[in-house]
Ligand binder design. Sequence first.
Ligand code: AMP
Length: 114
Amino acid sequence: MAEKNIFEKIIDREIPAKIVYEDDLCLAFEDIDPKAPVHLIVIPKLAIASVDDVSAEAEGVVGHLFAAMGKIAAKLGLSDGYRVVTNCGRDAGQEVMHLHFHLLAGRKFGWPPG
Ligand code: AMP
């Protein structure tokens, strides 16, 4: 069996993480190297490597992740706004091959992104 990636290990509680939200389909936890005062990683429990790998069956899971992010933002009171980012592939700098959204808040963000 393939070696689990770091996010799969977090899902399976094999390594610790500061989990802020969990339901049947997804998990959100604090990024270990935050790039903003609020920096969460939001992941599906389903094994999906990246945006490139979202099958028709997984579309509902991705929609669920966005609904969860809205709930998390409301729970954290992010009324000044927040940014949701996903890196896909080498040029975007994807390090962990498990689909994840960065939910960033607590400061102003530039545009275009770096
Ligand atoms: P990406 O470059 O989009 O693949 O982002 C991977 C993110 O995962 C980075 O922001 C890392 O800081 C974060 N990360 C890596 N390992 C952990 C961990 N054990 N717990 C929390 N976040 C992590």
